[in-house]
Design a protein around this ligand. Structure first.
Ligand code: PLP
Length: 367
């Protein structure tokens, strides 16, 4: 039996009629950019996140970049980012002209460690980007308290956390603004690229709308040098259908996560840790072991596909060689990157697949 890391056909088979109807709606509308579907998706997703505004954009990287641009952050500014994240968080900062200033994670949650942030703040610091990594919310209250003290903006990178709760509040409504990705493999995924910004700041929302549309509020009149980064009608129509299933599919992920947690409790593997205030959406189920590569190889022999999120931390990527962060600069992140392994996880992982993964991983861990 071959078990894929994530089955992207199954959700679309389940929703085939709805998605086909959505496609027909757009096909017949004759309107493919900035129309009714995007307007309705923005309204529905804002409601889902309990945020006042949502702006559909081209992808998750652009969502974060547009937030920074709209705030006017750029050259000479510093933005605090987790050292342990997908590189897009850093790239959004670099594209704005600002410098990413990394802060190490809490080794248990993998999210930015709030107690290390203050030491990284300088007079040039403008914002903190908190990433809700693997679908688990970052510890926002201490981050927001620091931001108040130093007059910084708090930006959520919610690309992996559609629908997660922090102390009963939805991600996307926790900071000043949030960036979401609808890359196909995310919990809410399009059938192509897509992204969104959510915020309660009406002025910021207006700026992002203009910036993402050539810097224009009135057609052919351009106030700023914007970009073209839009969610299109077709992706919006498809996302509207998938949004109706998001809670149900997240609930199925949670059930699988709890079965994994129970099954692996005696294996000696480092398992995901969920603080009592977090209600994660299990974008990924990530275990840790110093024997990670062997485990991955053994699972692969058994036909089980796993992925490493991520093999190389941003500060050790060639793209960031100019920052001169040597090996050992961010040891917690480096250790995490050397040990993590993501098991198959998704709403369409079936009982037999789950039982097989559990059996094979327990066998591999005991060697
Ligand atoms: C996927 C992802 C992004 C980027 O989203 P894209 O839509 O692929 O541009 C940013 N941050 C994190 C944490 C992500 O997982």
């Amino acid at each position: 039996m071959k078990i894929p890391f994530l089955d992207l056909t199954a959700p679309h088979q389940e929703l085939k009629t709805e998605l086909s109807n959505a496609f027909e709606r757009v096909l017949n509308s004759g309107w493919y950019i900035h129309g009714e579907e995007v307007r309705l998706f923005e309204k529905e997703f804002a409601t889902y996140c309990n945020a006042q505004h949502c702006i559909g954009v081209g992808n998750g990287l652009d969502a974060l970049h547009l937030i920074l641009r709209a705030y006017g952050f750029g050259n000479g500014d510093e933005i605090i980012v987790p050292s342990n994240t997908f590189i897009a968080t850093w790239l959004a900062v670099s594209q704005s002209g600002a410098t990413p200033v990394p802060v190490e994670p809490d080794e248990r949650t993998y999210n930015i460690n709030p107690s290390l942030i203050e030491a990284a703040i300088t007079p040039r610091t403008k914002a903190i980007i908190a990433v809700h990594l693997y679908g688990q919310p970052a510890d926002m209250d201490p981050i927001i308290a620091l931001a108040k003290k130093y007059k910084l903006k708090v930006i959520e990178d919610a690309a992996q956390a559609h629908g997660a709760y922090y102390k009963g509040k939805r991600t996307g409504s926790l900071g000043d603004a949030a960036g979401f990705s609808f890359y196909p493999g995310k919990n809410l995924g399009a059938l192509g690229d897509g992204g969104a910004v959510t915020t309660n700041d009406a002025e910021l929302a207006e700026k992002i709308r203009a910036l993402s549309n050539y810097g224009s509020q009135l057609k052919y009149h351009h106030d700023v040098k914007g970009l073209n980064s839009r969610l299109d009608e077709l992706q919006a129509a498809l996302l509207r259908e998938k949004l109706t299933r998001l809670d149900e599919w997240n609930a199925r992920r949670k059930l699988i996560a709890h079965q994994y947690l129970t099954a692996f409790s005696d294996t000696g593997l480092v398992l995901p840790y969920v603080p009592e205030w977090a209600d994660p959406v299990w974008h990924l189920f990530v275990i840790r072991s110093p024997q990670r590569d062997q485990l991955q190889a053994q699972l692969s022999t058994a036909g089980i596909n796993t992925v490493i999120h991520y093999p190389v931390p941003p500060h050790r990527q060639a793209a960031y060689s100019e920052l001169n962060y040597n090996q050992g600069t961010f040891p917690v992140s480096e250790k995490i990157h050397n040990e993590v392994l993501s098991l198959p996880m998704g709403p369409h992982l079936n009982k037999l697949q789950l039982a097989t993964i559990i059996e094979e991983l327990i066998a591999a861990a005991h060697v």
